[in-house]
Design a protein around this ligand. Structure first.
Ligand code: ZN
Ligand code: ZN
Length: 73
């Protein structure tokens, strides 16, 4: 038997999703991401918005050129 540590209630029913923005290198609670591994946080997306999105609906991954949606994956 093992485990008498029920003190911390952490949900681990999902794979740990950790976003680290490739632009600012900071850990974020959310990033837009691309299958190639690129991910960018909201703040950096705003800064680079002019170069990444032309219509506010889609953005282009600067790494692989994939067209990504701002909606949920
Ligand atoms: Zn960032
Ligand atoms: Zn990509």
């Amino acid at each position: 038997m093992s485990g008498s540590q029920n003190a911390g209630r952490k949900s681990k029913w999902r794979r740990l999703e950790k976003y680290v923005c490739v632009a600012c290198k900071k850990e974020q609670s959310f990033c837009w991401s691309c299958p190639c591994g690129f991910m960018i946080c909201w703040g950096c997306m705003k800064e680079n918005y002019w170069g990444m999105s032309c219509n506010g609906i889609l953005w282009t991954c600067p790494d692989c050129g994939a067209i990504r949606s701002f909606g949920n994956d």
